[in-house]
Design a protein around this ligand. Structure first.
Ligand code: SF4
Length: 729
């Protein structure tokens, strides 16, 4: 099956259940965190604890080893999967166990302990409902918190009715849960070894936190006299008090619960007596508490990730799944596509690259569009898109560069690795746009002939169903150079950043921005500046993106030093200046550029707030607007400025509550991802074609959003600045 076919198959078979459940989790998250007064402080606190813990990890592990020994247990550090499994098999063999019951351990999935024990003739039973459903179905998890999220209730009923010899078919959720509980209860009673994971382990007391939505983790610990806990080394935090922000955040971030149904804090070996289920006569108080405890902390690449400046942040992850739930692509395809051997969702790239290697990460890494919605959702503020970008860059380096001889001479990129031809094409879109404008309109005609479209699909993987951008002969910079400024005594001075699309394709929105700013008495210049580097960065071409960042800052900093503000139309470029340039430029250059750059509607809003008259702008005349804000504009907290300005001008604004259009620059053009892109966009199409929106003027702030909306709707779209400009010339 091709990648596109596989994605289509997963969308058809699992997409509805995944979409329904992840969106439900998100709604819960929004509600729950909105009730927290100190959400941001909690996130900062959680991040600081993880930063400190990973920094001091070797020291904390030594401390934990002593603590656990004092408590009467054993700590074993396993180098890798085989080492961990060998130790666990020995413990199970010493206990002569025939059955191991398991709960809440992704790390045990990572080391495939079930297979290792089953090879020894030991029965392994998953006791968490979702995991058990998957064990019965012989399937892999598709989500890090809700492993069977891709299965509907009907599918689970069908599975149970087929696999078990039932008197009556099971139908309702209650019947299914009750049946599973009875089955699992019996299996747990007869087990000799209980295996759990651990969300956190504290070095000071050896306390483990198990955050669960079912009580089976507790049962596996209580019902068996030998407990093995399996966790990655990164789960160690210094003290019991350090667990507080995580306990506040983990349930809220993942499933939207203020607190999960069960929060177990165990300091094993626990002192409660071991129940003998075959003995009804002896009171509990007369049973002894002779329990055995082994904590297996697994390295498996983590210590090397700790030394890796870019992958290190992955170790701060608390596996809450907010990044998966908030990802528009994950909502369509789920973890069976957007995941590796064990981990899924946005952060899976970091985990799989560090643990399994680049090959595994390469299988799904391109599903991250870098929209950055997950960064705001993450309770430890991990820059997940950056991890995806860096890994993409490393994957590029591993590829055979069969087209290098052809492309190196044509494209001025800085890569010493070998990105695919498709990535090099999209990553060097600035060159394409320059040629496109210089040869327009012939270039537009040629690019859209059937022969060209077929060739582009075959060679570059550019889907023939997607309309190509139309380059203008006269760029925004050229248009601006040929005109006189109308502003004599300006209130402020600004440099309008001519992003790639505004300069070569969406030139009208650039002209509108100049006219609106000049009407508001701003002295504007539009110099020739390199493209921001967003295009190469999204292809994992980090060196090329850094080269762009250096050229952009070299061109814009003199204007800033001259007292001009930088006004940016394209939100993804503004996000580059604010976020990614932190990684690409020195600190003072980044701070200077980020601190003086504004999104165009944010800038207009600021001018109105500071005394400019709204009467200068074109009034709405009763016009109704349907507005879609760009993902990165939202993550920068800039969505509201556009709405506020349009409303002040008298527009009736309906804002889309769909958080992503699915286009994300080159993503929607790629044949492999075209269908996912359209599926994500369908929610937006539905909202903008329903009764309250179908007669509204459609406006969107991002180029890719506008292109997606042009494809999905039958009415034209505009940037909001074009409404404010009216027919000003
Ligand atoms: S990266 Fe952040 S949001 Fe994603 S699972 Fe880890 S902690 Fe949660």
């Amino acid at each position: 099956m091709s990648d596109a076919e596989e994605l289509r198959h997963l969308m058809a078979t699992e997409g509805d259940a995944i979409s329904l459940n992840t969106k439900g989790f998100n709604r819960g998250r929004y509600d729950s965190v909105s009730r927290l007064d100190d959400y941001d402080e909690l996130k900062d606190k959680a991040r600081a604890i993880k930063e400190d813990a990973i920094e001091r990890l070797p020291e904390l592990i030594d401390q934990l080893e002593e603590t656990i020994a004092e408590n009467g247990g054993t700590l074993y550090i396993a180098d890798d999967e085989d080492d961990a499994n060998e130790y666990i098999r020995e413990v199970v063999a010493d206990r002569e166990a025939e059955r191991v019951v398991k709960s809440k351990s992704m790390t045990s999935e990572e080391i495939e302990v079930n297979e290792a024990l089953e090879a020894d003739g030991v029965e392994v039973v998953e006791t968490d409902l979702g995991e058990w459903v998957l064990q019965v179905a012989d399937e892999a998890p598709s989500h890090i918190v809700a492993p069977a999220i891709h299965k509907s209730r009907d599918a689970i009923a069908e599975l149970f009715n087929e696999r078990f010899d039932l008197d009556e078919p099971l139908e309702t959720a209650e019947e299914l849960t009750q049946f599973a509980r009875e089955q699992l209860g019996e299996l747990i009673e007869d087990a000799q070894v209980g295996m759990t994971g651990a969300n956190f382990v504290t070095a000071d007391t050896g306390t483990m936190a198990l955050v669960t939505s079912e009580g089976n983790a507790r049962k596996t610990v209580a019902a068996t006299d030998t407990q093995i806990a399996v966790a990655g080394v990164e789960k160690v935090v210094p003290t019991v008090e350090d667990m507080q922000p995580f306990v506040e955040l983990i349930g809220r971030s993942g499933t939207g619960q203020d607190i999960t149904a069960y929060l177990s804090l165990l300091t094993p070996p626990v002192g409660t007596p071991n129940v003998d289920f075959g003995d009804d006569e002896t009171p509990l108080s007369e049973l002894d508490a002779d329990r055995d405890f082994h904590l297996v902390l697994i390295d498996n690449g983590r210590m090397a990730m700790r030394e890796d400046d870019d992958l290190r942040e992955t170790l701060y992850c608390i596996r809450c799944s907010a990044c998966s739930n908030s990802c528009a692509n994950f909502q369509q395809v789920g973890g069976h596509a957007f995941g590796g051997e064990t981990y899924s969702g946005g952060i899976a790239t970091g985990w799989e690259a560090g643990i399994e290697g680049l090959d595994t990460a390469a299988e799904f890494n391109d599903l991250c569009t870098g929209c950055s919605r997950c960064v705001d959702a993450c309770p430890v503020k991990i820059d997940i898109p950056w991890i995806n970008t860096v890994v993409r860059d490393r994957i590029n380096g591993e590829k055979e560069g069969q087209f290098d001889f052809l492309v190196d001479g044509l494209t001025p990129d800085e890569e010493d690795t070998s990105p695919s031809l498709q990535k090099r094409f999209f990553g060097n879109f600035e060159t394409v746009a320059k040629v496109g404008s210089a040869l327009a309109p012939a270039s537009n005609w040629l690019a859209n002939t059937t022969v060209s479209r077929q060739a582009m699909q075959r060679v570059l993987g550019v889907d023939a169903r997607r309309e190509l951008p139309k380059f203008t002969r006269e760029t925004l910079v050229e248009w601006f150079a040929d005109r006189e400024t109308a502003v004599r005594n300006p209130d402020r001075r600004a440099v309008l950043y001519p992003d790639l699309y505004t300069n070569h394709v969406q030139v009208e929105r650039g002209k509108a921005a100049v006219r609106v700013l000049e009407a508001l008495n701003i002295d504007v210049v539009v110099p020739k500046v390199a493209s921001s580097g967003r295009a190469p960065l999204s292809q994992g071409m980090v060196s090329t993106a850094r080269d762009h960042a250096e050229r952009v800052s070299a061109a814009l900093l003199p204007h800033i030093e001259d007292g001009r503000d930088v006004v940016v139309i394209e939100p993804s470029d503004l996000a580059m200046f604010h976020r990614e340039y932190k990684r690409l430029l020195d600190q003072s250059t980044h701070e200077s550029l980020a601190g003086n750059s504004y999104e165009v509607m944010e800038y207009v809003y600021g001018l109105l707030e500071n005394g400019a008259s709204v009467d200068i702008l074109t009034p709405a005349m009763g016009e109704r607007v349907a507005y879609h804000s760009h993902c990165q504009q939202r993550t920068l907290g800039l969505e509201g400025h556009t709405t506020a300005v349009l409303e002040r001008c008298g527009y009736d604004v309906l804002t889309s509550d769909v958080e992503c259009c699915g286009m994300a620059g080159s993503f929607g053009y790629k044949s492999d991802y075209y269908d996912v892109s359209v599926a994500v966009g369908n929610d937006l199409r539905d909202q903008f074609t329903d009764a309250d929106a179908s007669d509204r003027t459609v406006v969107a702030s991002g180029t890719s959003c506008l292109e997606q909306l042009d494809d999905l709707l039958e009415r034209p779209t505009r940037h909001p600045i074009q409404l404010l400009a009216g027919d000003r010339r």
